[in-house]
Design a binder for this molecule. Structure first.
Ligand code: HEC
Ligand code: HEC
Ligand code: HEC
Ligand code: HEC
Length: 156
């Protein structure tokens, strides 16, 4: 009896380990640019030509890992079940989260301290606009991004 329960524990332990490793691999794979691009090809082109070709998709489009993965599962479901075509349909957006991410990279304490003029001007700018994207076109060249909504010849 004792032996059996020891064996059970080992099996459970190994199973848990496999699950942890598998989900961390999955989490990494589903955070890669190539994964995003498989559904968002137009955004790749507009991103390649933007100010941020070296910044990964997930750095700007994150609300934290757990929310990202839950939303991600829903997106895979919507795509596979044919309810949303990410290449052609208009997609929702979340400007507040995007602005938080911009601030996280561009307005750290160090930057603000070492660049008083930048800090001062942006305090003034931000009285007139809620989000950074109201003035900047950072992640994507807008003209290219809009091509996504032009119907393709096979979607008539
Ligand atoms: C399986 C296809 C698929 C993959 C892979 C995918 N998306 Fe999406 N994406 C969608 C769909 C479908 C929507 C629309 C969701 C809706 O209507 O609620 C969407 C919406 C979005 C939006 C609009 C705002 C939002 O959150 O709804 C952003 C930004 C986005 N995706 C970025 C990404 C990034 C970054 C990645 C890679 C980590 C990624 N997507 C991977 C299908 C996908
Ligand atoms: C992961 C960090 C990161 C995030 C998130 C990010 N950026 Fe950047 N940004 C960079 C890097 C790196 C550059 C490349 C230029 C450089 O070396 O300063 C850059 C360049 C820029 C530039 C051009 C600067 C110049 O000197 O011409 C602007 C403007 C800018 N970002 C605004 C934004 C805005 C607005 C957002 C949010 C939508 C954003 N960034 C999100 C890291 C980031
Ligand atoms: C009302 C418009 C406006 C808003 C809102 C705004 N900016 Fe700017 N930003 C500018 C202008 C104009 C410049 C160029 C002149 C300057 O540096 O003041 C600039 C310059 C920049 C630069 C480049 C600075 C450099 O010289 O390297 C970065 C990075 C930047 N902004 C980030 C941001 C971020 C992040 C946000 C959101 C928190 C934001 N901006 C919101 C108008 C705006
Ligand atoms: C520097 C930040 C940044 C990077 C890097 C970035 N994006 Fe974006 N993305 C944005 C901003 C800002 C918007 C516009 C949000 C808005 O206006 O609602 C946006 C919009 C989108 C949308 C919504 C489509 C639409 O028309 O509004 C999708 C999908 C998207 N990005 C996918 C991606 C993918 C895939 C990558 C990587 C290949 C990527 N983004 C890289 C900042 C970024």
């Amino acid at each position: 009896m004792n032996k059996l329960s020891q064996k059970t524990w080992i099996i459970l332990g190994v199973a848990a380990l496999v699950i942890v490793i598998a989900s961390s691999v999955m989490a990494r794979k589903t955070s890669s640019d190539s994964f995003c691009i498989s559904c968002h090809a137009y955004e790749k082109v507009s991103w390649d030509h933007s100010d941020h070709p070296d910044v990964g998709c997930i750095s700007c489009h994150t609300k934290g890992t757990i929310t990202d993965k839950t939303k991600g599962l829903r997106k895979v479901y919507l795509t596979l079940s044919g309810q949303v075509n990410p290449h052609n349909d208009k997609l929702p957006s979340y400007k507040e989260a995007i602005t938080d991410n911009c601030v996280g990279c561009h307005m750290t304490e160090e930057i603000l301290e070492s660049r008083p003029v930048f800090k001062e001007r942006h305090e003034e700018y931000r009285k007139y606009a809620v989000g950074c994207v109201e003035c900047h076109e950072p992640g994507h060249v807008k003209k290219m991004r809009e091509q996504r909504n032009v119907p393709t010849r096979w979607s008539l």
